[in-house]
Design a protein around this ligand. Structure first.
Ligand code: COA
Length: 233
């Protein structure tokens, strides 16, 4: 399967560079009163992440969901899965925005990921890829300045409204607050495809909109404008 071909080094240790509450041990599982547990993602969790993405975005083709998840994880500094009993019910992928030597190696890995996607798929992938890169470019140029970024948050459809998304975000925000250089967190989302109200409920403020070429192919006639959000800690 395409998604399982990713080489382990491409997925960095989630939480690296951030003083995480559970940073002392990758395998430590923290239990909260409602039997929810959290575990940092590793490359072995790719399949689990794809499944959650496919459940959240069924209108997106599996290969494209895989590329999306893999690209998010590649840039991520913090990626956690939430479990209820043995079932993975939620995923949060975030990154700390800073320039360092890793950017070069990440760019290279990102490029390889795109090449692999083009070579391994049907011709319509080129249009998908064009929209994907166009949106990435617009985001890079217009997004608000921030110290950290939420790339995606997903809760399985059968477990929504139980506080899992908030619990995942709370953990990241609480770790981010302890880092002196992290004072703002940004994200963007396309209302036609996502539950954007979740961010507004959390306290994120709208900072602008742009036409999301990536999402436009999935929403057809619907509005494909995306919203930039900023949270000040
Ligand atoms: C967005 C998402 C992660 C929210 O997860 P969740 O576990 O259902 O959210 P929670 O139960 O933790 O809700 C937290 C708060 O947000 C509110 N909220 C969540 N979804 C909402 C919605 N669609 N409309 C209005 N409020 C919403 C809840 O009411 C709750 O408010 P409260 O604190 O006053 O009780 C989930 O709906 C999801 O996976 N959606 C598909 C993927 C997606 O859209 N991701 C976001 C953009 S990448």
């Amino acid at each position: 399967m395409w998604g399982t071909e990713v080489s382990t080094p491409q997925i960095r240790e989630a939480g690296e560079g951030l003083t995480q509450a559970n940073a002392s041990s990758e395998t430590t599982i923290h239990r909260n009163p409602r039997d929810l547990t959290f575990r940092r993602c590793s490359s072995e969790d790719l399949e689990t992440c794809y499944k959650l993405a496919q459940n959240a975005f069924p209108m997106v083709r599996p290969r494209e969901n895989q590329l999306f998840v893999e690209a998010c994880l590649l840039w991520s500094d913090w990626a956690e899965l939430a479990y209820e009993s043995q079932e993975a019910v939620g995923l949060l992928i975030c990154k700390i925005v800073k320039k360092d030597w890793r950017t070069v190696s990440r760019l290279l890995a990102y490029f390889m990921l795109l090449v692999r996607f083009i070579l391994g798929g049907p011709p319509q992938d080129l249009r998908f890829l064009w929209n994907f890169l166009l949106t990435d470019g617009k985001v890079a140029k217009n997004q608000p300045r921030a110290d950290a970024e939420i790339q995606t948050v997903i809760v399985h459809s059968s477990h929504r409204g139980e506080g899992i998304g908030k619990a995942l975000l709370d953990r990241f925000i609480s770790a981010a607050r302890q880092e002196a250089q992290i004072r703002t967190v940004r994200t963007y989302t396309t209302p036609a495809l996502t539950n954007w109200r979740f961010y507004e409920r959390y306290g994120f403020k709208r900072m602008g909109t742009f036409y999301d070429n990536f999402s436009s192919s999935y929403v057809a006639s619907k509005d494909a404008n995306a919203i930039f959000y900023l949270l000040t800690l």
